[in-house]
Ligand binder design. Sequence first.
Ligand code: AMP
Length: 439
Amino acid sequence: MSPKKKKVEELNKDSESEGKERYQTVRGMHDILPREEAYWKTIREIGYEISELHDFSFIETPILEPAGLFEEGIGEATDIVEKEMFSFKTRGGEVVVLRPEGTAPVMRSYIQNHLGHFASPLRVFYEGPMFRYERPQAGRYRQFHQWGFEIIGDGDPFYDVQIILVTINFLTALGIKGLKLKINTVGCRVCRPTYRKRLLQYYKTEKRGMCKDCIRRYDKNPLRLLDCKEKECEEIRKGAPIILDNLCQNCNAHFKETLELVESNNIDYEPNPHLVRGLDYYSRTVFEIASEGNPKLALAGGGRYDYLGEILGGRMIPAVGVSLGLERIIEYMKKENIAPRKRERKNVFFVAVGDEAKKRSLRLINTMRLASIRVLESVGKQSIKNQLRSADKTKSKLALILGQRECFEDSIILRNMESGEQETIPIEKMIEEIKKRLR
Ligand code: AMP
C-alpha cells in the first residue's frame, strides 16, 4: 500500500473510532439545518409578501464580484476592505471577492443594465449570503445572510423614510416588537470636509489616550473615530464636535424633513450623533434598527448613498437602502420565543408491505403528488408496524396501505389514523377519495 493511501486509511480509522468528523464547516460559517427550516421559510415568505406590498422587485447579483467594486465603492479605509474581504485571483488572473455586502453590486447592476430607464426611482430587493472575514462571535459570522431593499434614483427624504418603514414593517410582521430607530446624518461633500477638519483638530490633542485602531482611523477615516466601542475612546468622544452643528443648509433641511417624516409616522427613534456606520459610501441619512430585547445588536442598518453611482459609473445617482441580518433576526426570534409561521399541512402517509407493493409505490406516490397531495412515507422500514408508527409520529390523518392482496386486486386501504377505521377502495378512486377525506 502506498504511504499516501495508508495515511488516508489511518485517518479514516481515527475519525471513525473517535466519532470525529474529518471535515467541519470553515470557521465563522455554519450549516442551516432542516430543524431551522420553519424560521427561514417564514422570513422568506414574509420578505416576499412585504416586498410585493411595498412595490420592490427582485434582483439577484452574483456572489463573486470584481475586488475593485468594493475597494472603490465601500472605500479603501473601511474595515471591510482593509481586513475582511475574501478575495482571490481566478485562473484568468482577475482579482475577485466573495461579496461582503449587497449595495455596491446592486448599483453596479443598475449602471451596467441601465435599470434607471425602467423606473424612477427603481425599487429592488435582494436576499442572499454575504462574506466578511470578521472575528466570529455571537451574532457575527463570516458567512451570513442579508435581505436588502434599495431605492435608486431619488434624493427626497420621502424615500429615506420609506426604506425605514419597509424595514420596520418587515420586522413587525415577523413578530418583533419594541423596535427602535437610531438615526443620524453624515452630511455631504460640502459640509463633511469642514466637519472632518474639526474632528481631526479635536482628536489631535487626544491621540495619546486613543486605542490602536483609532490611531489608524485618525489618518484614514476620522469619522469612524466616533463609533469606536473601546471604553477610553467612548470617553474621549464625549467632547468631540458633532456633525449636526456643522451641516450645510441642504443637509440640514434634508435631515430635518427626514426626522419630521419619522415622527409623523410614529416611529420610535433616537437621534444619535455618533452613528456613522462602517461603509464609506453613505451620505446624509444613516440609521440602524434594533429591538429593545437586545438594543446593542442591530437587526438592520442602512442609509443614503448618493455618491456611489458616481464612484462606480461617473454620474451622481441619489439612492437609499437598508440591509437586514437574517441570522440575527432568527436568533432574536428564538431568544424571545417568537414562533415561526405555522402552516397547517395536510398529508397522507403511504405504507407499502412486500416487494411488489414497494415496486409499485413510487408511481402511485408520484400520481398523488401530481394531484397536489402531500405524501410522506418510510417504505424503507420493512414492517407495517414500523411504517404505521412513522405515520403516527408525523401526525398524518390518513394512511394508505398497499399490500400483496391490494396489488393483486388493484385496490388500496385507507386508514383513518385517529379512529383506526379502515376501508378498501379501488385504486382508480384513490385521488378522489383522499381529497374528499382531506377536505
Ligand atoms: P451592514 O451591511 O454592515 O450595514 O449590516 C447590516 C446588518 O447585517 C446588520 O445590522 C446585521 O444585522 C447584519 N450583519 C452585518 N455583519 C454581520 C455578520 N458578520 N454576521 C451576522 N450578521 C451581520
